[in-house]
Structure formats: C-alpha cells, structure tokens
Design a protein. Structure first.
Length: 78
C-alpha cells in the first residue's frame, strides 16, 4: 500500500534531485553515498526529534526503507 505524504511530490522530487546531483558531482561510490545519507538521517533524528521519540521514528524509517526495496515474492523469485 503506498504511503500518502503530507508533502508535495514536486518538492520531494526537487530535494531528492538536488541531493543526488551532489553525490553524482562528487562521484561518491554507493557505499559512501549510503553512509552519508545514513549519517544525515542520524543527524536529523538526534537534533530534531525529541529523545523519547527517536527510537520509534528510527524504527518506522527503517521499516519504510525495507518496504521500499523489498522484492515481491512471486513463484519465479522465491
């Protein structure tokens, strides 16, 4: 089931494009790009989310990330 966001899709796309452009310009390898994005997520969690909510927000973020990359289980890829 798709997640409905309170944010405009165009704004999301623009921010994602800008971030990806920085990583491409730097020629960052995949592992460095993921490490950097993880550090950004950690920074946002620790500086903008109250301590009592951080773990839950991090769990939700992780679950959504896993769902977004999950391969559908079909008879051909089981």
């Amino acid at each position: 089931m798709p997640i409905v966001s309170k944010y405009d899709r165009d704004r999301q796309d623009r921010l994602m494009t800008e971030i990806l452009e920085v990583l491409v310009q730097d020629k960052a390898p995949n592992d460095l790009a993921l490490m950097t994005l993880g550090n950004v997520a950690t920074h946002i969690l620790t500086t903008h989310i109250p301590a009592e909510r951080r773990e839950r927000v991090a769990q939700q973020f992780g679950q959504i990330l896993l769902q977004s990359v999950a391969v559908e289980k079909t008879p051909s890829n089981q």
